[in-house]
Write a protein that binds this ligand. Structure first.
Ligand code: PGA
Length: 253
């Protein structure tokens, strides 16, 4: 029996206005009974967070943001701080999603600063790591390098509070999912890395998700793997019914 509580997170990326966000939440909550065994999280764009936070107060659907700046405030045009996100009702934040790394220049030193700032300011970070298709034959080297640089300054207590998401970039938005065995193998490698750089108790406490084309049809077989503690879902989280089916797959494990 694992001590890790499963998490199903829906990353909406650049989708939904505040009104569309409200419609999703109303529909999703009408399906969801009071949930305690697993955590369920939606991660809408910044502009929807305030409205979402008001609707989700006291509900068992959690709210997160897709990114944050590492400074608390200041002259950083276009940026959003952890304090602002918390004031909207966020408890989680994605850090180092591959789209931030590839399209917005978040390198490992920026990712590390964001991680440390999120933990300092009381948000629970979900650190995303993963390899491109051309890096796939040296996946261990790539992930190890990301973990080493991104987790700089993070002690074992902080790590046990965090979630890591393994997302092979070649499987994001492409319809190509890593097979459950391949996903399990890489995630178990991440857990082994934590054991050797921290300790076994920390490795056993750290939640690790799989992400990349998770759908209602493949969620159960991915979530059945021993080291996969949940899913970071993109496209399939935009429709309340399909996101709910993935939640149901997690519940029935
Ligand atoms: P996808 O996205 O489920 O649409 O592949 C996953 C992600 O980028 O988090």
């Amino acid at each position: 029996m694992t001590m890790r509580r499963p998490l199903i997170a829906g990353n909406w990326k650049m989708h939904k206005t505040p009104q569309e966000t409200e419609e999703f939440i109303v529909e999703f909550l009408s399906k969801l009974a009071n949930e305690e065994r697993i955590e369920i999280l939606i991660v809408p764009p910044f502009t929807s967070l305030d409205r979402a936070g008001k609707l989700l107060k006291g509900k068992s659907l959690l709210l997160g943001a897709q990114d944050m700046h590492y400074e608390a405030e200041g002259a950083f045009t276009g940026a959003i701080s952890a304090r602002m996100l918390k004031a909207c009702g966020c408890s989680y934040v994605l850090v180092g999603h591959s789209e931030r790394r590839e399209l917005f220049g978040d390198d490992d030193s920026v990712v590390s600063r964001k991680l440390n700032a999120a933990l300092r300011d009381g948000l629970r970070p979900i650190l995303c790591v993963g390899e491109t298709l051309s890096e796939h034959d040296r996946v261990e080297e790539k992930i190890t390098q990301q973990l080493t640089e991104d987790l700089d300054g993070i002690d074992e207590h902080a790590l046990a509070e965090m979630t890591i998401a393994y997302e092979p970039i070649w499987a994001i938005g492409t319809g190509k999912t890593a097979t459950p065995e391949v996903a399990q193998e890489t995630i178990s490698m991440i857990r082994d890395w934590i054991t050797s750089h921290y300790d076994n108790a920390t490795a056993q406490a750290t939640r690790i998700l799989y992400g990349g084309s998770v759908k209602p049809a493949n969620a159960a077989s991915l979530l059945a793997q021993r080291d996969i503690d949940g899913a970071l879902v993109g496209g399939a989280s935009l429709v309340a019914e399909s996101f709910f089916q993935i939640v149901e797959a997690a519940r029935s494990q």
